[in-house]
Ligand binder design. Structure first.
Ligand SMILES: C[S@@+](CC[C@H](N)C(=O)[O-])C[C@H]1O[C@@H](n2cnc3c(N)ncnc32)[C@H](O)[C@@H]1O
Length: 271
């Protein structure tokens, strides 16, 4: 069974009649208006929506997913199934091994949901934050699950979404790339290993703060954004040497107040 079928929203010939189908739907980064028509149509095909709940601190994000469902699915009540999201064990000495174990636990959760919460021929939706292809494990996990003997049979489709990268560049009114130049998308963890040379634009996601520490004193422009697409959105830009302390101070304060933060930044070298 392949997940890469051509039977997309609006397509006319279902490939696996009676087969369970998972729709991984990109929902943007917090603003319910940043959802595409394709995503709305996909939501309206879903019989059940699966939510991996990340606990009290991020309850706001689960609520937002529900709001999106209520706002865009009008003619019937969506069935929501919420289960606790497995958590990565940060004490595992090898980061990669920790991630591997975490993904395996998530795969088991998906397998159980598909087996127990869906009837043959039904559509289940997984709402992915931003775009499902960017620093999100769902696609990889579903491919692995399909390849795993004894797993429930299903097909899946991906509906792209507006990523935090696009919201960041739109809010700061900048182009993602310098003219004719490549872009590196990386994590805060990777940035601590050294700032890659020869690349004019670096986008940093998933930074617990160490990446910001690693750029202190550097001759770089930074375009930073937190809680993009929400009422709490914060934007700061400028020379790293001028604005980094402000970013770190505001970041720490907001994180302490809300209990969590999601932030992203773009670094640009003068060309
Ligand atoms: C697990 S990744 C998911 C990325 C997501 N798939 C996307 O396309 O934006 C989470 C990271 O995305 C970035 N991010 C996601 N939503 C954000 C938001 N609303 N504001 C700022 N950064 C965000 C942050 O760097 C965060 O650590």
């Amino acid at each position: 069974v392949s997940g890469g079928s051509s039977d997309r929203a609006g397509g006319s010939i279902p490939t696996g009649w009676g087969m369970k189908r998972i729709l991984v739907i990109g929902i943007g980064t917090g603003d319910p208006e940043q959802i595409t028509l394709e995503a709305i149509n996909a939501l309206n095909r879903a019989d059940v929506v699966f939510v991996l709940d990340k606990g009290d601190r991020k309850a706001e994000l689960t609520r937002l997913r529900r709001d999106i469902g209520d706002r865009y699915v009008k003619d019937r009540a969506l069935r929501w199934v919420e289960v606790p999201s497995p958590v990565r064990d940060a004490s595992t000495p090898s980061y990669k091994e920790g991630v591997h174990a975490w993904h395996a636990a998530k795969a088991q959760v998906f397998a159980t949901l598909i087996r127990d919460e869906m009837k043959d021929g039904e559509c289940g939706a997984i709402l992915a934050w931003g775009d499902p292809s960017i620093y999100d494990s769902t696609i990889r996990i579903l491919h692995d699950l399909i390849a795993t003997e004894g797993s429930p049979e299903f097909e899946f489709e991906i509906v792209p979404g507006i990523s935090s990268i696009q919201v960041l560049t739109a809010r700061h009114k900048i182009a993602l790339n310098a003219i004719g130049e490549p872009v590196l998308i990386t994590t805060g963890r990777k940035l601590t290993e050294g700032i890659p040379g020869g690349i004019s634009t670096i986008v940093v996601m998933l930074d617990g703060g160490a990446g910001l520490d690693a750029i202190a004193g550097k001759d770089l422009q930074i375009y930073w954004g937190a809680y993009l697409g929400s009422e709490d959105e914060i934007l700061i830009s400028g020379d790293v040497r001028d604005v980094l302390d402000d970013i770190k101070r505001i970041r720490a304060a907001r994180r302490a107040e809300k209990g969590w933060i999601m932030d992203i930044y773009l670094l640009r070298r003068a060309t």
